[in-house]
Design a protein around this ligand. Sequence first.
Ligand SMILES: [Mg+2]
Length: 195
Amino acid sequence: MNQKIIRKNLAFDFDDVVCNTVRAFLAFHKEKYGRTVPYASVGTKLYKNLGISKKTEDNRWDEFFKDPKFCYPAPTKDLAKNLRLMKKKYRLLLLSARDYRWQYQIKAWIKKYLPDIFAQIIFIDNGRTKKSKGSVCRRNKTVALIEDEPEHIKSCLTFHAPVIVFDRPWNRNIKKSIPRIRTLARLKKVLPPLN
Ligand SMILES: [Mg+2]
């Protein structure tokens, strides 16, 4: 009997899960403005770490994204391997809150480094409105979203969508009862069993 296997959706955040964006931004900031902070000390409000205003931080992110030298850090060596393993069992989604103006960079990055991994790229910002990641996960019945940003982790909790915290210095206050991984190699240990 020819039975079609329907794989469940598993979602990954892009910035600071698939791509080390903040680390690259700190390198840019050091070169351009002569100031950086240790990665391990970065909190949810980077502008406070850097001693600048929120508006100045936003402007500097725009400068960063305009500079292809910095904003496309290559993936870590184990990333593609681990994503490929996951792809055998799940339908992989990339779910990003990236500002509408800079979304093309994510598409270009994926095309360059991981062209055969994700079944779909979903952006929650369409230039006019912004959905929550929790609602998108709920609609797609995702097995989990792997996410670093507290705001999106909380939206998953609100929508009862399973979420796995990708350990970063700025999310250490998220409650301990939520599964947490430091590397994607650990992902299979915390995903629910497939049935
Ligand atoms: Mg992120």
